[in-house]
Design a protein around this ligand. Structure first.
Ligand SMILES: NC(=O)c1ccc[n+]([C@@H]2O[C@H](COP(=O)([O-])OP(=O)(O)OC[C@H]3O[C@@H](n4cnc5c(N)ncnc54)[C@H](O)[C@@H]3O)[C@@H](O)[C@H]2O)c1
Length: 376
């Protein structure tokens, strides 16, 4: 058996708890150092999870035992931090989105290719048992030929829980750029690459107010559309309609329904790793009111081990050792960003926008993938 792979983390904010909890429990990796602009924050997280070293960014980049660095900074600096990681000769796993513009994101991927280094991009929720079981069900023909999907993400907005939510309403954020990666990634796993998008959007208010934490009461600007309705056409013929809104008192999110010729598959929230999966079958005969509409709903058994954030990095680590491609590639993450930016452009222009990038076949996680096994 080889040794676990050395991992570093840059960015010790809100989401770092989930990564640290999981990565410190996966035997195939060892978290060796955490860095942040706010060094005390990095030290606090290191102490909490028993990580040996913590401090500034250079401490992580200069550590010769670290092969791969997790970029948990805010979207506006994702590319800058990922490029610094690559320049230090290390592979990158970055939180989503890959970046906030096409040119710098592509440049970063090209640097990685030139250096023979890998880039992996969140979300890895779609590598969890939920979406992966759904993919297998569709491949088996359980819903016949997939036709279209409907997705919904609507609620009042992240300032209700996030102590520093301004970045979620800045360029690179908003319900589209912040939450779109989950829904678009799930749809691309099912339907393949996106061909074109059309969308309308609105910005309900120019500013919002922090609700929790030390900054509560502080106003911050809204730079992006806070509600976006999207039509998506996939290269291979499927289509989807999607709502992204942080203006809705009604909380309805995590809805992904995929309709095929023989059934409608309801899959778990793509911002989670799993949950109930069902197929609704067509009615055998018309139901006349007041008789209740009762449809046949079949449960699909979810296969795979539920873990959490860090799953994609683990697939990447194991794939590097095995010399095979990992699933959540930089090119996949770029195609998702390209799609989201094309949606923004359609909101501006009112026209259908062709998505310029594409990807080859999307990989899958096998049902017997066990994050808690020592495999290296
Ligand atoms: N919070 C969530 O629920 C959540 C969920 C999934 C994904 N994400 C993603 O994770 C990332 C981080 O989100 P968060 O909520 O933890 O944000 P956060 O603001 O709580 O934390 C970000 C951290 O990065 C540090 N940082 C910023 N710029 C830096 C730089 N140049 N070098 C080093 N450190 C730097 C900050 O000091 C901060 O500690 C984002 O990309 C977000 O999209 C967040």
């Amino acid at each position: 058996m080889g040794a676990p792979v050395g991992v570093g983390i840059i960015g010790a904010g809100n989401i770092s708890d989930q990564y640290l909890r999981n990565l410190t429990a996966f035997p195939d990796v060892r978290v060796l150092a955490i860095g942040d602009l706010l060094e005390d924050r990095a030290r606090e997280q290191a102490a909490k999870y028993g990580v040996p070293r913590a401090g500034g960014v250079d401490l992580v980049l200069g550590d010769p035992d670290i092969e791969i660095v997790v970029n948990l900074t805010i979207p506006a600096v994702h590319v800058e931090v990922s490029e610094a990681i690559l320049a230090a000769g290390k592979h990158v796993w970055t939180e989503k989105p890959i970046g906030v513009d096409r040119a710098s994101s592509l440049r970063m991927l090209e640097k990685a290719d030139a250096a023979g280094l890998r880039v992996g991009v969140a979300p890895d929720t779609v590598l969890g048992p939920g979406v992966q079981t759904a993919k297998r069900a569709i491949a088996r023909g359980d819903i016949g030929r997939p036709l279209f999907a409907q997705t919904t993400f609507q609620w009042q907005g992240p300032e209700i829980f996030h102590p520093n939510p301004a970045f979620l309403y800045a360029v690179g954020g908003g319900p589209l750029l912040d939450m779109g990666p989950y829904y678009v990634s799930a749809l691309v796993h099912v339907f393949g690459p996106v061909a074109a998008v059309a969308a309308v959007g609105l910005r309900a208010t120019d500013s919002r107010v922090v609700q929790v934490g030390p900054l509560a009461g502080q106003e911050f600007p809204v730079e992006i559309p806070s509600t976006v309705s999207v039509l998506t056409q996939f290269e291979q013929g499927g289509q989807a309609s999607s709502l992204y809104s942080t203006d809705s008192p009604l909380l309805r999110q995590g809805i992904v329904e995929i309709t095929g010729t023989e059934g409608t598959l309801v899959i778990p929230d793509p911002n989670t790793f799993g949950g109930p999966i069902t197929i609704t079958r067509p009615l055998a005969e018309m139901i006349v009111p007041p008789a209740p509409v009762v449809q046949e709903i079949v449960e699909v058994e979810q296969e795979g081990v539920l873990a959490g954030r860090g799953l994609g990095l683990l697939d990447m680590v194991r794939s590097i050792r095995a010399g095979r491609p990992h699933v959540a590639t930089g090119r996949f993450g770029y195609h998702v960003l390209d799609t989201l930016l094309s949606i923004e452009e359609s909101v501006e222009s009112g026209a259908f926008v062709p998505v310029q990038s594409t990807i080859d076949a999307v990989g899958s996680i096998p049902a017997d993938f066990d994050p808690y096994a020592a495999t290296l």
